[in-house]
Write a protein that binds this ligand. Structure first.
Ligand SMILES: [Zn+2]
Ligand SMILES: [Zn+2]
Length: 359
């Protein structure tokens, strides 16, 4: 997995629950209740999370979901922060082993943010009548061998976002790389868990799909009522871009490179590649059916910098397809920029290009 390209923030949650000596598939022991660190449990001698990993024993609800609980989500997390969460890991402190912290399993593709009553019929459901997370049983995975974590290990192995400690009173958000690292470690401890193996195998694809979907949605939202055909429209886009991810900004840039302003720019430079021109090479590509030479526009200063005017006309140059690729992927560097010109170093040669002016 290309870690940095597909990184999604707030992709997972790590939340704790009270200890259960019956693998969270039945009543906790008296000692579990007595030694719980949660005040609620001590007062009521009850844990809503008792059946969290009983998804293969107890019935699901009518909609197919199985309900679980974590005290850490009793207060629902902010929607704008948590709407990208695709997995909730559940951890617990093992009081029998000097309170070491363990990740016990997870709910994949969960729903959360409200209370869910258990409406299915089971004797134990009278006592454990609801929860605040739910997932399909096939996406709920219990680790027979739980993963031991500590503040040292999460920092060293990248199980939490950089600089974060395991939350004591709430929960932690995890990015998609943290989630993957936890899954891989759990997998190496539970190699016979076929459900987990399948989940881990599909994980990078799912992350890429989620990222792709989010990127196109953000992109279409940004351009939906914008136009790249007027300078005013481009100015609007520039404002909207501040909130976008680098991937979305890049797409907005290509949207503009294809728009009417870009056609104007092409006309102004006479459909020439300005780099070929300055190298005294043939600046024209092939002719299109309409008789114009084929040419592309390029934003000199990277759109992702969000510098003022970055989408504007005097940040655009026209280049042939070959030089366009080289500017993006080859050995090229913008070494100087003035109000009226750009200086590039391309393959060791210095090239000066005049900025485009609207006549
Ligand atoms: Zn060229
Ligand atoms: Zn470009």
């Amino acid at each position: 997995m290309e870690a940095t390209e597909t990184l999604i923030e707030n992709y997972g949650i790590l939340a704790s629950m009270s200890w259960n000596s019956n693998k969270w598939a039945g009543d906790p022991s008296k000692e579990d209740l007595g030694r719980s660190k949660y005040t609620y449990v001590q007062n009521k001698l009850h844990t809503h999370e008792s059946l969290n990993f009983g998804h293969e024993i107890y019935p699901s609800e009518e909609d197919g979901y199985y309900i679980g609980y974590t005290p850490m989500l009793r207060k629902p997390p902010a929607f704008d922060k948590s709407s990208s969460v695709k997995i909730i890991f559940l951890s617990s402190s093992d009081y029998k082993n000097s309170n070491r912290k363990l990740i016990i399993g997870f709910y994949g593709n969960p729903e959360f943010g409200q209370e869910f009553p258990r409406l299915s019929k089971h004797r134990l459901f009278r006592k454990y009548d609801g929860g605040n997370i739910k997932a399909l049983p096939e996406d709920i995975i219990y680790f027979d061998k739980p993963l031991v974590i500590s503040n040292e290990s999460v920092a060293k192995e990248g199980l939490l976002p950089e600089g974060k400690l395991i939350s004591q009173r709430g929960f932690n958000y995890l990015n998609s790389d943290n989630v993957y690292t936890i899954l891989l470690q759990a997998q190496s401890l539970n190699q016979q868990n076929h459900k987990l193996n399948a989940y881990v195998k599909n994980y990078p694809i799912r992350v890429a799909e989620t990222k792709e979907q989010a990127t196109s949605e953000d992109y279409y939202n940004a351009i939906s009522d914008a136009d790249a055909d007027t300078l005013k429209g481009i100015l609007e886009l520039e404002k909207k871009m501040a909130k976008q991810t680098p991937e979305v900004r890049q797409r907005i840039a290509s949207f503009i490179e294809r728009g009417a302003i870009s056609s104007k720019v092409k006309k102004l430079t006479g459909y020439k590649c300005l780099i070929c021109d300055s190298l005294k090479e043939n600046p024209y590509s092939f002719k299109k059916p309409n008789g114009d030479f084929y040419i592309e526009t390029h934003h000199v200063e990277q759109v992702s910098t969000l510098n003022k005017g970055v989408l504007g006309i005097n940040n655009l140059i026209t280049v042939c397809a070959n030089h366009h690729r080289q500017l993006h992927y080859g050995d090229s560097l913008l070494v100087e920029r003035t109000a009226t010109s750009f200086k590039f170093k391309i393959d060791g040669k210095t090239i000066k290009i005049d900025a485009i002016k609207i006549p």
